[in-house]
Design a protein around this ligand. Structure first.
Ligand SMILES: Cc1ncc(COP(=O)(O)O)c(C=O)c1O
Length: 366
């Protein structure tokens, strides 16, 4: 019998799958290495928050039960910490899932969504899946060009995505400029402000998202437990928005999208201010050491407001990437972000950064 091949939706012709950082186990297998350092996915290399690990040990006894689909405890913990009501919060299987949920909730076929470029890859994938068109505005000085993004708004525009700090550049927008921008966006447009690296922003430079949401703006603020809290493998992120926006997104959300272990660990990690402080300290030390190393090697880089640095190697990044892999260091080449000579490198404890810089020096001197 001849079976006709299944026909994927037309929009999938315009989507290339997201390419995550290479896993450690794959590099160990391919290169026969035992020690491999991964500086490719902006994880927390101090490990998971200890309070989360403790909570997980208790939670594991109950994994025969479905999670709380309403996320009562975690939402209440978030509400208390950030001054929101639980109805103003959505939980996700990572914040990337909330990007998808937002697109499924607000984009129709043929709509437009304005994003920066290069910016987090997921926005354009999620927009295209809906049959909508991402309008990608080039960054200016490696930050979002807010003026041009506003000018790009037309009658088709339904959403705007801004990562602040941005990935892969690590740059933070000026708070006042961002506020002025949000106020100027036409009212009916949903602005998604992705703050995956929020905790790395100095408090005085943080936008008061609470005020905007309470003032009725169509703003969705996204955050995650994958970065500073060290829970990337559990997949848990959250979003704040007006209750009407959350209610719409809850219609799309899979009922049990945030696992019980993810919820338990996140609620415990949220209280772990010691771990947050230790991570910030590790991050500062790593950034200083990276900057010194890159200066010594005469490499250009963008000072970072996050836990990673974008470095310009002024040569085909493929070769540098491959040579580092052979030496047990995984970085993230940025070809897919139209930066063919650049790599994004995550922070880590000093001994790992020193090892990476030593190997990089070797590679560049070849
Ligand atoms: C800007 C930005 N948003 C979202 C994410 C993904 O976060 P999550 O693990 O919560 O899906 C990342 C991860 O690299 C990111 O850089």
């Amino acid at each position: 019998m001849k079976i006709k091949p299944a026909q994927p939706r037309d929009v999938l012709n315009y989507i290339s799958p997201y390419q995550p950082g290479k896993p450690i186990s794959e590099v160990q297998r391919e290169y026969g290495l035992t020690e491999v350092i991964k500086l490719a996915s902006n994880e927390n290399h101090l490990g998971p928050a200890p309070s989360a690990l403790k909570a997980l040990r208790r939670g594991i006894e109950e994994v025969h039960l479905y999670p709380d689909g309403a996320g009562y405890e975690l939402k209440n913990a978030l509400a208390e910490q950030f001054g929101f009501e639980p109805e103003e919060i959505i939980l996700g299987n990572g914040s990337t899932e909330i990007v998808e949920i937002a697109c499924e909730s607000f984009l129709n076929n043929g709509d437009g969504a304005v994003t920066g470029w290069p910016a987090f890859f997921k926005y354009r994938i999620a927009v295209r899946i809906m049959g909508a068109e991402p309008v990608q505005i080039p960054l200016k000085n490696f930050t979002h060009d807010l003026e041009r993004m506003l000018n790009a708004v037309d009658e088709k525009t339904k959403m705007i995505f801004i990562a602040d700090p941005n990935n892969p550049t690590g740059t933070l927008l000026d708070k006042d400029e961002l506020e002025a921008f949000i106020k100027r966006v036409p009212e009916h447009i949903v602005v998604v402000l992705d703050q995956a690296y929020y905790e790395f922003i100095p408090p005085e430079k943080r936008l008061d998202a609470h005020k905007f949401i309470r003032d009725g703006y169509n703003l969705i603020v996204l955050r995650t437990f994958s970065k500073i809290y060290g829970l990337a493998g559990l997949r848990v992120g959250y979003g704040f928005a007006r209750p009407e926006i959350i209610a719409a997104m809850n219609k799309v959300r899979e009922a049990f999208n945030c696992s019980s272990l993810a919820q338990i660990a996140a609620a415990a990690a949220l209280q772990d201010s010691d771990f947050v402080e230790r991570t910030l300290e590790m991050n500062r030390t790593a950034l200083m050491s990276m900057y010194e190393g890159f200066d010594r090697m005469r490499l250009e880089y963008i000072p970072s407001a996050t836990n990673f640095v974008l470095v310009d190697f002024k040569r085909d990044i493929g070769v540098v990437f491959e040579e580092l892999l052979k030496r047990g260091v995984i970085v993230r080449p940025m070809k897919g972000y139209d930066l063919p000579a650049s790599a994004r490198i995550s922070t880590a404890p000093l001994k790992d950064i020193e090892y990476f810089l030593k190997k990089l020096d070797e590679v560049l001197k070849r």
